[in-house]
Design a protein around this ligand. Sequence first.
Ligand code: HXC
Length: 513
Amino acid sequence: MDRNEHLIEKRESLKVGGGEARVKRQHDQGKLTARERVTLLLDEGSFQEIGAFVEHESVSFGLDKMKFPGDGVVTGFGTVHGRLIYIFSQDFTVLGGSLSRTHAEKICRIMDLAMQNGAPLIGLNDSGGARIQEGVVSLAGYAEIFYRNTRASGVIPQLSVIMGPCAGGAVYSPALTDFVFMVEETSYMFVTGPNVVKTVTHEEVTSEDLGGAKAHAEKSGVNHFTAANDVEVIKQVRDVLTYMPQNAEELAPKTSHFEYSPAKNKAIKSVLPDNINSPYDIRKVVDSLIDDDSFREVHKDFAKNIVVGFARIEGRTIGVVANQPAALAGVLDIDSSRKGARFVRFCDAFNIPLLVIEDVPGFLPGTDQEWRGIIAHGAKLLYAFSEATVPRITVITRKAYGGAFDVMNSKSIGADLNFAWPTAEIAVMGAKGAAEIIFKREIAAADSPEDKWKEKEAEYADLFANPYRAAERGIIDEVILPEETRAKLILGFKMLENKVETLPKKKHGNIPL
Ligand code: HXC
């Protein structure tokens, strides 16, 4: 065989990973192989592999007889919608995709290139964790990845896709990245699996219940995006990438084509219910302000009382943070503060302007929230907005009460433009509660305390349950009609396009973690 043929044959052998039986098992589980995933994610023909023939050098426990070219991870670069990205894809068919020293070195090389060349890093995770036969060197390999994830944070977007098991310390690389995508039924993440859980806490729990896509989407908030299968999750990643810049020095790409249905601008007039305390879906407001079909909700099933996600206005990416009156009346609590803060920080790190839609009755009271630290967690959202230097616009649709008003991107914490609809109520608290406190004695002494309370409530509401006191003081910039909002946002974001604001010189801030 001549040398060229030898190479072609060697290349062919890469396709079967850890062997045909294991590939079949992967397919039988509804999973694609590492290479199939890479092919699907990248633009056709754009993949350049790095280290395809790399093998480990370990000898313990028979490893010397278990060598596979590539050592369980496919690494390289390619393009998504014509833009450069770096990728690693773990191959479960090779020793369970377990991470050896060599496997880690391959990932680190890709991470270094991504950083040096300012392009996103996508990790497709499908691994049984540290290669057990190798011992501590594989742990060091993990640590080198964690270190690079941290150094790359805020420099290039990092997306982690969980497409199989992800256990033990392996979960910390995804946790350090910007967004985690999970596949229903076939992926899970946990620090300790069901067996250890049973031994230590005597709880009986399945892998799916403990760390499946649903558990992390709804309960822990570790999972930002869920998909039904490998093909869907890869489509999602390709789509979400279009909203992001290549790195922190650049702007997200502007789409050349966008649509906006005029009917949406009519519909916005009737989104708010007549009763101030009735719920409505804030996503309807968001949708009526942005380009058609451009909203990509992040963390959809976690802390539903706040809605966050990417959208576009006239083709430009924005980040949306909106209180959701349809869940817990849109109140701010621990989880919604954490969710909002993390999203705001991503947008700020990557030059994505922020649009805040506000309808918030305040912070959630109670021992549970106080003892679990709503003070510190709420402060995260306050900190994230205060620190953000990207263009920031707020629209108050209805309630803007108390500390929550300050937190939700108020002008006093650096928002550039604040608008309020005529239905806005910008006050220290709701009229009913306010009347009860400040007219307590008068109400108690009245012949009919109930009537007195109502009278005083109306008096307070008259004075404060509107946007005009705030407008008089310049706390908001303009009271606008709902149907004027999109036009105001277009003008506002255009005006702020070249905004330059720098933070005081510091090593880094100390966000209340
Ligand atoms: C070496 C491994 C492996 C590992 C799986 N394999 N995990 N080899 N190191 N960590 C191998 C198996 O021996 C098997 O080889 C093949 O991969 C497929 O594994 P199965 O068990 O047959 O697959 P499945 O039934 O789907 O179960 C998958 C699994 C299970 C749940 C992931 O394999 C498992 O529990 N693995 C160990 C998980 C673990 O404890 N990892 C260490 C975590 S500690 P053959 O040859 O039979 O096909 C850790 C520390 C990191 O990661 C800390 C960083 C700070």
